[in-house]
Design a protein around this ligand. Structure first.
Ligand SMILES: Cc1cc2nc3c(=O)[nH]c(=O)nc-3n(C[C@H](O)[C@H](O)[C@H](O)COP(=O)(O)O)c2cc1C
Length: 326
């Protein structure tokens, strides 16, 4: 098998495209080069206001890389991944080639089957907790990718994190440039765009959870969003994903850990609601690092639980994402 033949490259990119990304910016493109499929960050899709350092962009690319690796495993090979940066190829995230043949294990197949099924949830969860043993499995998924999944178990700490999220959301909404950037990635109803967060991806009136975690204002006061009743308002398990260091390599690790955790969770019908607003404000991110992360660097804040109702999402097709590389 040749990784760069059209069908194989298409298969891999078609899977990787379903990784989560901040505001569904899908900040990536893929190439074929020699005997590798390449993954690149697309800086035109970076959030210049909310994410000037490209941290969330690289977490998103890390999630795409994890998915690409899993798709290579589905083909019955070990992936060989080079993530060193190359000054001649700015934006390069990874060169991925086919390693030795090895049949895809059953648990990898199950995880692969979640790639298109997994959805971000925005709202409350059912009251029951996570299935027995899942939390430990999710922690292991994060550790396997050199990141840590920290559960915020103390009720007072959960209240404090919810309050910090509210502060961040209100601060961000005061910034006109931030609001313009949100508008770019939250299209109006009926849009045929294949990126961004559409009105069928969030509830019009999300259930208030206790403690409450503010949602992003995708509708911008226009009453957009799904109207079905949300019956459940449990917050679920509040967790932080952290890394030991805080630079490009760590952000890519965080993204790979995130997707690994999310796919394993999805296998058990557990989804994640993200609340990363406070991590976009440097002072609040520092505060969260000092008080909630044991010195680790917080990369995402999320709630995990069992959701009801279907939210939808969109992706650009592989033919738009794949370009031959010189
Ligand atoms: C780094 C990162 C940060 C995110 N932050 C938020 C957030 O604050 N609020 C939110 O509703 N979704 C957040 N998301 C989820 C994305 O909006 C979601 O992945 C995207 O819209 C695609 O939808 P899907 O996950 O259902 O496929 C985040 C995702 C990533 C990777």
């Amino acid at each position: 098998m040749n990784i760069t033949d059209a069908d194989t490259a298409y298969f891999l990119v078609d899977a990787a495209a379903w990784a989560p990304s901040v505001h569904n910016t899908q900040p990536w493109w893929f190439g074929t080069r020699g005997s590798t499929v390449t993954l690149h960050a697309d800086p035109d899709r970076r959030l210049n206001v909310a994410d000037p350092d490209g941290r969330e962009m690289l977490i998103s690319c890390g999630a795409a890389l994890c998915t690409l690796r899993l798709a290579v495993r589905r083909l019955g090979h070990d992936p060989q991944v080079q993530t060193a940066s190359d000054p001649e190829r700015p934006g390069l995230i990874a060169d991925v080639s086919l390693g030795p043949a090895r049949p895809c294990e059953e648990d990898e197949n199950r995880m692969y089957d979640q790639i298109r099924r997994r959805r971000t949830h925005r709202g409350g969860f059912r009251p029951e907790g996570l299935p027995a043993g899942l939390l430990q499995a999710l922690r292991t998924c994060a550790l396997d990718e050199n990141a840590t999944l920290r559960v915020v178990a103390d009720p007072r700490a959960r209240i404090a994190l919810g309050a910090l999220t509210e502060v961040a959301e209100q601060m961000l909404r005061q910034n006109p440039d931030y609001c313009l950037e949100m508008a770019r990635w939250a299209p109006r109803p009926g849009s045929r765009r294949r990126d961004g967060v559409h009105e069928d991806a969030y509830p019009r009136d999300p259930a208030r959870t206790d403690p409450h975690f503010a949602q992003r204002d995708f509708a911008r006061g226009r009453g957009w969003g799904l109207t079905e009743d949300e019956r459940h308002g449990a917050p679920g398990l509040v967790a932080l994903l952290t890394t030991r260091t805080d630079e490009r390599a760590a952000w890519l690790q965080a993204g790979q850990a995130l997707q690994h955790v999310l796919l394993r969770a999805a296998e058990n019908d557990v989804s994640a609601a993200f609340h990363t607003q406070a991590l976009e404000i440097p002072e609040l991110r520092d505060f969260i690092r000092t008080h909630f992360c044991d010195g680790g660097h917080p990369q995402t804040i999320m709630r995990l639980g069992i959701a009801e109702g279907e939210s939808r999402s969109v992706r650009r097709p592989p033919e738009e994402l794949l370009r031959p590389e010189p």
